[in-house]
Design a protein around this ligand. Structure first.
Ligand code: ADP
Ligand code: MG
Length: 701
């Protein structure tokens, strides 16, 4: 394993710059943690004002140390940090963690100092973690490094954990003794001046002691890289992500509908899903999911058998299973017959199987085994609520044995008396996975179930058909030079070049010009105002449809001019579009948007005037293949209608998908496009042709 990050986790020697003899200070507490966890390597403490701290001899400067050092941890006051890093550079230390805060996160001088740190690190090929972080832990027996100020230490497991927030990490570490969370490697990345989540993902991907990666993130340092890296890793090791800021509002100042609907969290959701990461909502879910992945096999499918000794909890559990797209197995006759042989006649033999409170350890075990042998059962869910006459320890020990042996997942939710858990921990039943709730385990089972299809999807190679040709590209390049809203005449030209099905249109200055040119269009037509001052034309009465003759066209012009006056819009810069009238059909939207961290995305949903009300916003990363476009259409709320709702004729969704492919290439290939939407594309049933009647492209300003 060759990685510049290795020595953060596997140092043979470390130095502490800024260790302090003042009890309660970070510089003291970290040294205490390192010592009390019995770090297996050498420790060099640098402090010019102390002789010994916590029994360890101090050096007055790094230069005094004659041996080479793998890792430096800097805890100095901010004003000395730069000097500290320079000392490390002189000593040829290549891995440095800066715990000290007061850098980029405070702006101003702090931000400048951080830039300096980055420069020095780059110049000296130093990998830097932090500043403003909480440190590093490796619980492996050969290392035993705890360079954090957390008082409690987790048990070892093959989980690697990253936290962007030091405080959240501290909160987790402080409750280890109650939660029992375990992990092997932990790092808090703080300001990510150098090392970020992408570097760590790559490192953990090749570290054989890491099976599962869990991350708490507040921001993505380089979204595209995160996507690619996670996509490569997540078919081999589960990557679990707790991403904060779920409730963030939609993108500010978006002109298009798509931009308005694309909240950054929505895009994060899409990205995490497409790169195969598992998104969780709470710290508890993150840890429980991580440890479940370590210990419990992945199910073949989503059919669940529920075994219980209490009715109420089973009903609640079934609700939760449904919410998580899990199904109850229909048990085979043979299974039911076998269960009847061992259970009381009054038990329920449907699924859930309620064995009633009398069920003993032996009965739990045998019934579990019978259910696991049923072909229709992909996983087994066992609920145990302590009855007076039954010993919790016996029951849970026997189910734990079944869980350990089974090739199918066995999930256990148990409600013994509180004092039970101390005894359970004492005996050291670490391998068993037992949950203390009914709400969380169905979510975890959903994550387990999602794993196999995700891996299949990730390992399927995707070929991008239908790219834009060079000729198309150079033509478009010339049309996409404006900043802000691209003029309609250019939009129309782009559509024609790309063979996008834009409705026939004429662009005119006034009725007189319209009268001269109208012969190229057939009545009925639609008249629309076209002005950079009007974003939503129909909002100001700027769209009049189904105009049957010249007379009606003249009055439509007058009407729109009146509406413009009413809305105090000057007629000076106004043009008009006369467009073929597309009768009937269903209005859909195809949109595109450039996410600042993840790049171009594409949207599909129900279109027309109500688009922001209905919020049928389905996103995927661009460019898309036709089959991905079809998947997106199938996800939409409007899909049942397109499929032929209540006996109506079906729409050819292939056509829509082809338009989406072209549009996704458009936004992918032209970085100057910030957002666009086609709203609506009017799609026709049967052999009818779909038409774009309104398209807007917005370029970066
Ligand atoms: P805007 O979105 O700026 O209000 P649109 O051009 O999208 O303007 O027109 C608004 C609505 O008018 C469309 O959603 C559609 O219902 C109808 N409409 C516009 N153009 C046509 C057309 N050529 N044929 C049929 N209906 C149209
Ligand atoms: Mg529109």
């Amino acid at each position: 394993m060759d990685s510049s990050l290795k020595k953060f986790f596997y140092p043979k020697s470390i130095t502490l710059l800024g260790a302090s003899s003042k009890e309660g200070s970070i510089g003291y507490e970290i040294l205490k943690s390192i010592k009390s966890f019995q770090f297996t390597g050498k420790i060099f403490v640098i402090n010019p004002n102390a002789n010994k701290i916590l029994g360890t001899q101090c050096y007055s400067s790094l230069d005094e140390v004659n041996e080479s050092i793998d890792l430096a941890i800097i805890l100095l006051p901010r004003k000395f940090v730069l000097q500290g890093l320079q000392d490390c550079a002189r000593k040829e230390i290549k891995n440095v963690i800066i715990i000290t805060a007061g850098f980029k996160e405070v702006g101003g001088e702090g931000a400048e100092l951080e830039k300096e740190l980055i420069r020095i690190a780059k110049e000296n090929q130093i990998r830097l973690i932090g500043p403003n972080c909480m440190g590093v832990i490796n619980t492996e027996a050969l290392i035993r490094l705890n360079a954090t100020f957390a008082a409690e230490l987790p048990k070892y497991s093959q989980i690697a954990l990253l936290s962007q927030s030091g405080a959240l990490a501290a909160a987790v570490l402080n409750t280890i003794s109650q939660t029992g969370f375990s992990f092997g490697q932990f790092i808090s990345v703080g300001n990510k001046a150098d090392v970020n989540e992408n570097d760590l993902l790559e490192y953990w991907a090749i570290n054989p002691n890491v099976d599962v990666i869990a991350m708490y993130l507040e921001s993505f340092e380089n979204g595209k890289k995160f996507f690619e890296t996670t996509k490569n890793i997540s078919s081999k090791k589960p990557v679990i992500v707790l991403k904060a800021a779920r409730s963030e509002a939609g993108t500010k100042a978006a002109i298009s509908h798509t931009g308005a609907l694309a909240s950054s969290d929505k895009i994060v959701e899409v990205v995490l899903n497409e790169c195969g990461a598992i998104r969780v909502e709470t710290v508890e879910e993150m840890f429980e999911t991580a440890s479940t992945f370590q210990k419990i096999p992945i199910p073949r499918g989503n059919r669940v058998a529920v075994l219980t000794n209490a009715g109420g909890p089973a009903i609640l559990l079934v609700d939760q299973l449904e919410k998580n797209n899990l199904r109850l197995s229909s048990l085979s006759d043979k299974t039911i017959k076998r269960l009847k042989e061992i259970l009381l006649a009054e038990s329920s033999f449907g699924n859930p199987i309620d064995m009633l409170p009398g069920a003993t350890a032996e009965i739990y075990k045998t019934a579990s085994e019978i259910l696991l042998e049923d072909e229709n059962v992909d996983s087994l869910f066992v609920i145990f609520v302590k009855p007076v006459m039954i010993d919790s320890f016996d029951v849970l020990s026997s189910i734990a044995v079944v869980q350990k042996k089974s090739v199918k997942p066995v999930l256990i939710s148990a409600f013994p008396l509180p004092k039970f858990w101390d005894k359970w921990k004492e005996i050291g039943n670490e391998d068993a996975v037992i949950y203390k709730s009914l709400e969380l385990p169905p979510k975890i089972l959903r994550h387990l179930c999602g794993r196999k299809p995700r891996i299949e999807k990730l390992t399927k190679s995707v070929k991008y058909e239908q790219k834009l040709s060079l000729n198309e590209k150079s033509y478009l390049q010339k049309k996409l030079t404006a900043k802000g809203i691209i003029p309609q005449k250019d939009v129309q030209a782009i559509c024609k070049k790309l063979k996008l099905p834009i409705a026939q249109s004429l662009l005119v200055k006034n009725f007189q010009e319209a009268k001269k040119k109208i012969s190229s269009l057939k009545f009925p037509v639609v008249l629309k105002v076209e002005s950079l001052d009007v974003i939503h034309k129909s909002d100001i009465g700027g769209v009049i449809i189904n105009i049957k003759n010249l007379k009606e066209l003249r009055s439509a012009f007058n009407q729109i001019i009146q509406n413009l006056n009413k809305n105090k819009i000057s007629e000076k810069n106004v043009h008009y579009i006369i467009q073929e009238f597309v009768e009937g059909g269903t209005e859909v939207i195809i949109g595109g948007f450039r996410d600042p961290s993840f790049g171009p995305v594409i949207m599909f949903g129900a279109g027309g005037k109500l688009v922001e009300l209905i919020k049928d916003d389905n996103f995927t990363l661009a460019p898309v293949t036709k089959s991905k476009a079809i998947d997106l259409i199938r996800q939409s709320k409007i899909y049942p209608l397109l499929k032929g709702y209540r006996g109506e004729t079906k729409v050819d969704i292939n056509n829509i998908a082809e338009t989406m492919v072209i549009c996704s290439n458009l936004i992918n290939d032209f970085p100057q496009i910030k957002e666009f939407d086609i709203n609506p594309l009017i799609v026709k049933a049967g052999k009818g042709k779909s038409k774009i009647v309104d398209m807007r492209i917005i370029a970066e300003q």
